[in-house]
Design a protein around this ligand. Structure first.
Ligand SMILES: [Cu+2]
Length: 124
């Protein structure tokens, strides 16, 4: 076997193993996808809240984002363990993000309006 043939064979072997590692990497990603962000868009206007009493699904550790547009100041209270509180201003496009560490049903409330935006069913 000539030197050139040896080099060519070595290169082909390297390319094939790189391809196989790449395929294994892809299938691993497909088997355990990272949980995406759960985004909830909320509008508060004239004391009306939308959505209201919604039921949502999430997983422990999954980033949960509330985008809130409001015409009144309020307090967003996430009844997780531990809980989260956010001050809502009378302003458009406010973003609040949190994660939930303990599985269970988590109520997300507006304390001034005394309304429940959603109950998030958080799975392990
Ligand atoms: Cu509360």
């Amino acid at each position: 076997m000539s030197v050139l043939t040896r080099i060519r064979n070595a290169l082909i072997a390297a390319a094939v193993s790189a391809l196989m590692i790449g395929l294994v990497g892809c299938s691993n990603t497909a088997n355990s996808p990272a949980p995406g962000n759960l985004t909830v868009n909320v509008t508060i206007a004239n004391r009306q809240v939308n959505p209201s009493n919604a039921t949502l699904q999430a997983k422990v550790g999954q980033p949960i984002t509330f985008h809130i547009t409001s015409d009144a100041a309020d307090e967003l209270h996430v009844h997780s363990v531990p809980d989260h509180k956010f001050e809502i201003a009378a302003a458009p496009n406010q973003t609040f993000q949190f994660t939930v560490d303990v599985p269970g049903n988590v109520d997300v409330e507006l304390h001034h309006l005394d309304r429940t935006i959603a109950t998030i069913q958080v799975r392990p």
